[in-house]
Design a protein around this ligand. Structure first.
Ligand SMILES: CC(C)(COP(=O)(O)OP(=O)(O)OC[C@H]1O[C@@H](n2cnc3c(N)ncnc32)[C@H](O)[C@@H]1OP(=O)(O)O)[C@@H](O)C(=O)NCCC(=O)NCCS
Length: 135
Protein backbone atom coordinates (compact mmCIF):
# COMPACT_ATOMS: atom_id res chain seq x y z
CA UNK A 1 0.00 0.00 0.00
CA UNK A 2 2.76 2.43 0.92
CA UNK A 3 4.81 1.23 -2.06
CA UNK A 4 1.84 1.66 -4.42
CA UNK A 5 0.49 4.82 -2.85
CA UNK A 6 0.26 6.61 -6.19
CA UNK A 7 -2.39 4.11 -7.33
CA UNK A 8 -4.67 5.15 -4.45
CA UNK A 9 -4.16 8.89 -4.74
CA UNK A 10 -3.85 9.50 -8.46
CA UNK A 11 -0.18 10.28 -8.18
CA UNK A 12 -0.42 12.62 -5.20
CA UNK A 13 1.99 11.77 -2.39
CA UNK A 14 0.00 11.51 0.81
CA UNK A 15 2.36 9.11 2.55
CA UNK A 16 3.03 11.61 5.38
CA UNK A 17 -0.64 11.17 6.33
CA UNK A 18 -0.26 7.43 6.89
CA UNK A 19 -0.13 7.43 10.67
CA UNK A 20 0.77 4.16 12.33
CA UNK A 21 -0.68 5.46 15.60
CA UNK A 22 -4.17 5.47 14.09
CA UNK A 23 -3.94 1.81 13.17
CA UNK A 24 -2.52 0.85 16.54
CA UNK A 25 -4.82 2.94 18.72
CA UNK A 26 -8.07 2.84 16.73
CA UNK A 27 -8.18 -0.62 15.14
CA UNK A 28 -11.99 -0.73 15.05
CA UNK A 29 -12.20 2.29 12.72
CA UNK A 30 -9.10 1.74 10.58
CA UNK A 31 -10.23 -0.73 7.97
CA UNK A 32 -8.47 -2.31 5.02
CA UNK A 33 -10.05 -4.17 2.10
CA UNK A 34 -7.53 -6.91 1.37
CA UNK A 35 -7.90 -9.48 -1.41
CA UNK A 36 -5.79 -12.04 -3.26
CA UNK A 37 -4.39 -9.26 -5.43
CA UNK A 38 -3.42 -7.02 -2.54
CA UNK A 39 -5.02 -4.09 -0.77
CA UNK A 40 -7.90 -2.71 -2.79
CA UNK A 41 -8.80 0.15 -0.50
CA UNK A 42 -8.82 1.46 3.02
CA UNK A 43 -10.49 3.90 5.37
CA UNK A 44 -8.67 5.35 8.36
CA UNK A 45 -10.40 7.33 11.08
CA UNK A 46 -11.51 7.55 14.67
CA UNK A 47 -14.38 8.71 16.89
CA UNK A 48 -13.73 11.91 18.82
CA UNK A 49 -14.92 12.63 22.39
CA UNK A 50 -17.58 14.87 20.80
CA UNK A 51 -18.85 11.70 19.06
CA UNK A 52 -17.74 12.76 15.59
CA UNK A 53 -16.59 9.90 13.37
CA UNK A 54 -13.71 11.60 11.60
CA UNK A 55 -12.40 10.08 8.38
CA UNK A 56 -8.72 10.85 8.05
CA UNK A 57 -8.16 8.99 4.76
CA UNK A 58 -10.27 6.95 2.37
CA UNK A 59 -8.94 5.63 -0.91
CA UNK A 60 -9.56 2.80 -3.34
CA UNK A 61 -6.97 1.46 -5.78
CA UNK A 62 -7.27 2.79 -9.32
CA UNK A 63 -8.42 -0.56 -10.76
CA UNK A 64 -11.24 -0.92 -8.23
CA UNK A 65 -12.88 2.48 -8.64
CA UNK A 66 -16.57 2.54 -9.36
CA UNK A 67 -17.21 -0.95 -8.02
CA UNK A 68 -18.85 0.21 -4.79
CA UNK A 69 -15.79 -0.42 -2.64
CA UNK A 70 -15.62 3.17 -1.39
CA UNK A 71 -19.24 2.90 -0.29
CA UNK A 72 -18.64 -0.43 1.43
CA UNK A 73 -15.67 0.97 3.29
CA UNK A 74 -17.69 3.97 4.46
CA UNK A 75 -20.55 1.70 5.47
CA UNK A 76 -18.28 -0.55 7.55
CA UNK A 77 -16.68 2.52 9.13
CA UNK A 78 -20.12 3.92 10.00
CA UNK A 79 -21.21 0.67 11.61
CA UNK A 80 -18.04 0.60 13.72
CA UNK A 81 -18.45 4.28 14.63
CA UNK A 82 -22.04 3.77 15.72
CA UNK A 83 -20.98 1.10 18.16
CA UNK A 84 -18.84 3.85 19.72
CA UNK A 85 -21.90 6.14 19.89
CA UNK A 86 -20.80 8.46 17.08
CA UNK A 87 -23.54 10.80 15.88
CA UNK A 88 -21.88 12.44 12.88
CA UNK A 89 -19.50 11.60 10.04
CA UNK A 90 -16.89 14.16 9.02
CA UNK A 91 -14.22 14.26 6.33
CA UNK A 92 -11.99 16.89 4.74
CA UNK A 93 -10.57 17.33 1.29
CA UNK A 94 -8.81 19.88 -0.90
CA UNK A 95 -10.98 22.21 -3.01
CA UNK A 96 -9.50 20.74 -6.20
CA UNK A 97 -10.51 17.16 -5.31
CA UNK A 98 -13.74 17.18 -7.31
CA UNK A 99 -14.00 13.38 -7.26
CA UNK A 100 -14.07 13.33 -3.48
CA UNK A 101 -16.76 16.02 -3.42
CA UNK A 102 -18.90 14.10 -5.92
CA UNK A 103 -18.44 10.88 -3.94
CA UNK A 104 -19.44 12.48 -0.62
CA UNK A 105 -22.36 14.36 -2.17
CA UNK A 106 -23.62 11.09 -3.60
CA UNK A 107 -24.14 9.92 -0.01
CA UNK A 108 -25.82 13.08 1.18
CA UNK A 109 -22.95 14.74 2.99
CA UNK A 110 -23.31 18.46 3.60
CA UNK A 111 -20.47 20.23 1.79
CA UNK A 112 -18.95 23.55 2.82
CA UNK A 113 -15.68 25.32 2.13
CA UNK A 114 -13.87 26.52 5.27
CA UNK A 115 -11.34 29.27 4.63
CA UNK A 116 -7.89 28.80 6.17
CA UNK A 117 -8.89 25.40 7.61
CA UNK A 118 -5.39 24.05 7.08
CA UNK A 119 -3.57 27.30 7.80
CA UNK A 120 -3.44 30.73 6.10
CA UNK A 121 -4.56 30.46 2.49
CA UNK A 122 -5.21 26.72 2.75
CA UNK A 123 -8.95 26.34 2.39
CA UNK A 124 -10.52 22.91 2.76
CA UNK A 125 -13.83 21.34 1.83
CA UNK A 126 -15.54 19.93 4.93
CA UNK A 127 -18.10 17.13 4.57
CA UNK A 128 -20.52 16.28 7.37
CA UNK A 129 -23.40 13.86 7.67
CA UNK A 130 -25.57 12.95 10.62
CA UNK A 131 -25.30 9.28 11.51
CA UNK A 132 -28.98 8.65 11.96
CA UNK A 133 -29.70 6.51 8.96
CA UNK A 134 -28.08 4.27 6.40
CA UNK A 135 -25.13 5.58 4.46
C1 LIG B 1 -13.27 8.85 -3.74
C2 LIG B 1 -13.04 7.34 -3.84
C3 LIG B 1 -12.65 6.79 -2.48
C4 LIG B 1 -14.34 6.69 -4.32
O1 LIG B 1 -14.15 5.28 -4.30
P1 LIG B 1 -14.96 4.28 -5.26
O2 LIG B 1 -14.62 2.91 -4.80
O3 LIG B 1 -14.73 4.61 -6.68
O4 LIG B 1 -16.47 4.66 -4.88
P2 LIG B 1 -17.78 3.78 -5.18
O5 LIG B 1 -17.55 2.86 -6.32
O6 LIG B 1 -18.24 3.18 -3.89
O7 LIG B 1 -18.80 4.91 -5.63
C5 LIG B 1 -19.91 5.26 -4.84
C6 LIG B 1 -20.72 6.33 -5.59
O8 LIG B 1 -19.95 7.53 -5.68
C7 LIG B 1 -19.84 7.92 -7.04
N1 LIG B 1 -18.49 8.41 -7.30
C8 LIG B 1 -17.34 7.87 -6.85
N2 LIG B 1 -16.29 8.58 -7.33
C9 LIG B 1 -16.82 9.55 -8.11
C10 LIG B 1 -16.24 10.59 -8.90
N3 LIG B 1 -14.92 10.77 -8.98
N4 LIG B 1 -17.07 11.43 -9.55
C11 LIG B 1 -18.42 11.27 -9.49
N5 LIG B 1 -19.02 10.28 -8.76
C12 LIG B 1 -18.22 9.45 -8.09
C13 LIG B 1 -20.05 6.62 -7.83
O9 LIG B 1 -20.52 6.91 -9.14
C14 LIG B 1 -21.07 5.91 -7.01
O10 LIG B 1 -22.36 6.41 -7.28
P3 LIG B 1 -23.58 5.40 -7.61
O11 LIG B 1 -23.82 4.63 -6.34
O12 LIG B 1 -24.71 6.30 -7.96
O13 LIG B 1 -23.13 4.53 -8.72
C15 LIG B 1 -11.93 7.00 -4.90
O14 LIG B 1 -12.23 7.65 -6.10
C16 LIG B 1 -10.53 7.39 -4.48
O15 LIG B 1 -9.84 6.63 -3.82
N6 LIG B 1 -10.06 8.63 -4.87
C17 LIG B 1 -8.68 9.04 -4.57
C18 LIG B 1 -8.49 9.29 -3.09
C19 LIG B 1 -9.40 10.39 -2.59
O16 LIG B 1 -9.50 11.46 -3.16
N7 LIG B 1 -10.08 10.10 -1.43
C20 LIG B 1 -11.02 11.03 -0.81
C21 LIG B 1 -10.29 11.95 0.08
S1 LIG B 1 -11.43 12.79 1.21
Amino acid sequence: MVENHARYWDGRDLRPLYLAALVHEFPETNLVAAAHDGIRGYIFGFVTPARVAYVHLIATRDDTRGTGLGHRLYYAFSVAARTQDATQLKAITSPDNKGSSAFHQRFGFVVRVVEDYNGPGADRVVFTKELNGCL
